[in-house]
Design a protein around this ligand. Structure first.
Ligand SMILES: *Cc1c(COP(=O)(O)O)cnc(C)c1O
Length: 372
């Protein structure tokens, strides 16, 4: 890395990017990797075969640009959301991009930008703030309660005072695992709209793992409410880079103003379509992971840790006087988890049963050491 070097400092980098760090979860080569909320199950072999078939077909047409509007893919995503989200949608309600990070970037390019601001309730997904900065959007950090739920009264005040153009609500939240109920989303939506006609983005990257239903039906009659989703977590396809949003068709039209032409390659579209053909198998893995997540919560509490209620495929636990030192001790035992910089807390992704056992052994040892 050249950050801080003379050569870097002499580059004409935009002022607001100076002194900042890029997103960087460590990618270490460790036996048990439970740090980036990936799905531990590789894609099933019949799906791998189907991807190969569909990509072979797509390869025959790679001399041409892909379907710019990704209509077949958006139709299948709408079908999936209709089936699982208890709310009827069509391709006109859905937009797809290279990961939900790109969806969020397109939303901020369209509804944020220089002279505008976005707010998130922190600790939350750090990329919301980083993408805001990358698009020249001012970033505001909203409050949470001690138990990491959103403090609705404090949030109302912040919305009235700062009048942000874009509001992020992450449910289930990363890194805490906290789900947000529909009443809270509606209260924040109303408070935001009272201040100015702002866009409210509900980031549901982990919703398939939740004990609760998706907040998708809330978009009905609310053209400024957007739900963003991804195939990175529940579909076990982080390497695919496919995220999408559901909203009023007007939002889908608006992001056309900033999307790059042909942003979604024919190979990506073919691969995502193949994965959607295997939805039921993939959602079967989600059920296993939900049970493992609940087991982690129970066992961590039994060992004597504090655990935040989780609706995601990861668990936040503590408390540690020095969470970074604890993270290192667990890593020394061959288990990589995540220190998200929330003082006193660490986050572990639910892995396979044997990976979770290795993690539990490591934190049991750590607890004994702390007691000794
Ligand atoms: C992992 C994650 C995403 C997913 O990003 P992709 O670009 O789709 O891989 C989005 N939002 C949150 C809160 C996440 O944790």
């Amino acid at each position: 890395m050249t950050f801080g070097s003379r050569e870097f400092d002499e580059l004409p980098v935009r002022d607001e990017l100076r002194g900042k760090s890029p997103y960087g979860a460590p990618q270490l080569d460790v036996p048990v990797q439970l740090n980036t909320n990936e799905n531990p199950y590789p894609l099933p072999e019949p799906l791998v075969e189907r991807i190969a078939e569909r990509v072979r077909e797509a390869a025959r047409g790679l001399n041409r640009y892909p379907d710019r509007d990704a209509v077949e893919l958006r139709t299948e995503l709408a079908r999936y959301l209709t089936r699982t989200g208890k709310h009827p949608l069509t391709a006109a309600n859905v937009w797809a991009a290279n990961g939900s990070n790109e969806v969020i970037q397109q939303l901020l390019q369209t509804f944020g930008g220089p002279g505008r601001t976005a707010i998130g309730f922190e600790p939350s997904y750090s990329m919301h703030g980083l993408i805001a900065r990358g698009t020249g959007t001012g970033w505001l950090s909203g409050p949470r309660n001690e138990d990491f739920t959103i403090d609705v009264e404090a949030a109302r005040k912040a919305l009235a005072e700062h009048r942000p153009d874009v509001v992020f609500i992450t449910s289930p939240n990363n890194p805490t695992g906290t789900a947000v109920d529909a009443g809270t989303v509606l209260a924040l939506y109303e408070a935001a709209q009272a201040a100015r006609p702002s866009l409210v983005v509900v980031d549901e990257a982990y919703v398939e793992f939740s004990h609760r239903d998706s907040l998708l039906p809330l978009i009905e009659g609310r053209p400024r409410l957007v739900v963003s989703r991804t195939m990175s977590k529940a579909f076990g396809a982080a390497g695919l880079r496919l995220g999408y949003l559901a909203a009023h068709p007007a939002v889908v039209d608006a992001v056309q103003l900033v999307r790059l032409p042909y942003h979604l390659s024919a190979v990506t579209q073919a691969t995502a379509l193949a994965a959607l053909e295997h939805t039921d198998t993939l959602l079967g893995y989600v059920e296993t992971l939900k049970a493992e997540r609940d087991r982690l919560v129970g066992e961590l509490r039994a060992i004597g840790y504090e655990v935040t209620e989780s609706d995601a495929n990861f668990v936040q636990f503590g408390r540690f006087e020095d969470s970074h030192a604890a993270w290192q001790r667990i890593l020394d035992r061959g288990v990589l988890i995540r220190d998200n910089g929330v003082p006193g807390w660490l986050r572990v992704t639910a892995g396979t049963p044997s990976e979770n056992d290795a993690f539990l052994d490591a934190v049991r040892d750590l607890k004994k050491e702390q007691r000794a």
